[in-house]
Design a protein around this ligand. Structure first.
Ligand SMILES: Nc1ncnc2c1ncn2[C@@H]1O[C@H](COP(=O)(O)OP(=O)(O)O)[C@@H](O)[C@H]1O
Ligand SMILES: Nc1ncnc2c1ncn2[C@@H]1O[C@H](COP(=O)(O)OP(=O)(O)O)[C@@H](O)[C@H]1O
Ligand SMILES: [Zn+2]
Lengths: 257, 257
């Protein structure tokens, strides 16, 4: 791909940027971001993924890239090359930056410093030509989200929730703050909604009834923009094994793409 | 109960303080804190609960106290009375503080301000005599955790995780930071480990194999200090209905208490 010459044009070749967000932790935001990026790549797009969850980067774990390290871009300018996943997605994560074990990334990152570090993941990476740049935001709308919005024009967000009322409260609040930043919602993902028993095939909803339609209405998203991802042993196994992107994408992530 | 006269002795009657923490969001920290507090109360203790997750307070939701509002303590001094749950636990949460709907609690709280607000939940509440004060910390070790440790002597922490490798990375890091604050770990809770099919009784582990023994070893906790909480429809239903503390506690929370 063509090389940028410095931070001011690192993002010049990026056509569109999509954030994956949620004001509630543990709903599956990193999972949706990594699987969505690989579904977009499987459909032929040139895709990047920024793991902006600087306090707890998880892209290296789900992509089986824990040992990867960042290398300098051949074009210089202080830029680094993104790490390429086996599924063909270019990834930037604080997890790839070699820090001494006792001061793991995110240990000391609070407030505005975390926002500046996240912005650097965008500007200091030599992305080249990309159709999509998918951004996995940390939970909440804090300093990192503000730093990201200052670094790049985020066209739209995919908001992830679970069926629980505990998630509903946080996610609806997050929507207000996100709209205040001028980022429209393109899709709503209700994750971990239904579990299918591997023994007898019975379905049950361990985490409650759901509020995806309410969330979509609040975000101005049409019903076709709501995607439901079941509790899937295949998704969990791919995450645990660091094998996201190795097999064909789950159908729901292809339709989300 | 006996009344404090001002912020400097609001905590005078509190015998011991236990934090419930995790560096990974969505593992069930608020669930464990609320159920543990009510198990301690069911055994006859005088118990308080501080919902220090100022960005996303959930105690009012799981306790069915969304409409409760804080009242001033009859003894004055600017202190507020805690809200009493039906299960007999005294609760302080930002969710009880009446703010205009569009500026929900936590919307503007970032960095050191969040730490100061959390500290106020301790000092501005007239706790009276308590055997235990259970604190639900926000995910991570940030400004709020520092604010809490500055406001009260936290004797020990209960660290919550799930079987997933994604949680393992964050929770082990959190342990290092917590030990740096001088807070020992009293117990490890592995939550959402096993799902039992309501149809045929088959067990499966949707979120991976587990690392509770490794976490306990890293935290210096004996094997008896590890508690496993299954994916429990009763726990989820109590959370969703705001009915935590109305029925007898689940056995695992009694043994944790
Ligand atoms: N659809 C799914 N099916 C099964 N497990 C899932 C699914 N989505 C997420 N998980 C698991 O749930 C946990 C939380 O997901 P994660 O992506 O880390 O959430 P977040 O980024 O919102 O904190 C992880 O252990 C992940 O493997
Ligand atoms: N043991 C359990 N069985 C069933 N559902 C649970 C259990 N523990 C937590 N949950 C559900 O999981 C979700 C996350 O729990 P929560 O306590 O909000 O986590 P955290 O405080 O770590 O963000 C909630 O919807 C809650 O009802
Ligand atoms: Zn079954």
């Amino acid at each position: 791909f063509g090389h940028a010459v410095g931070p001011e044009d690192a993002l010049a070749g990026v056509r569109s940027c999509v954030a994956v967000s949620s004001c509630k932790g543990g709903v599956g935001k990193s999972t949706v971001a990594a699987h969505l990026a690989h579904a977009l790549a499987a459909r032929g797009g040139r895709v990047g993924l920024v793991d902006a969850d600087v306090m707890g980067p998880s892209a290296p774990t789900v992509l089986g890239l824990e040992d990867a390290r960042v290398e300098a871009s051949p074009a210089g300018g202080g830029l680094a090359l993104p790490v390429e996943s086996r599924g063909g997605v270019r990834v930037a994560s604080l997890g790839f930056v070699n820090v001494a074990p006792s001061t793991k990334p995110g240990a000391a990152l609070r407030g505005p410093l975390a926002g500046r570090v996240a912005a650097q993941l965008f500007r200091m990476t030599d992305w080249g030509e990309l159709d999509y740049l998918v951004v996995d935001l940390p939970p909440g709308v804090g300093d990192v989200t503000l730093g990201v919005c200052a670094a790049v024009a985020v066209e739209a967000a995919v908001v992830v929730t679970t069926p629980s009322r505990l998630a509903r409260v946080d996610v609806l609040k997050g929507l207000e703050l996100q709209e205040g930043l001028g980022v429209p919602t393109a899709a709503v993902v209700e994750n971990l909604a239904v579990a299918v028993c591997p023994g007898c095939g019975a379905e049950n909803r361990p985490f409650g009834g759901g509020h995806a339609a309410e969330l979509a209405a609040a975000a101005g998203v049409a019903p076709e923009g709501v995607f439901r991802v079941p509790i899937s042993p295949a998704v969990a196994a791919a995450n645990e094994a660091g094998a996201v992107g190795d097999a064909a994408p789950e159908p729901v992530f292809l339709s989300l793409a």
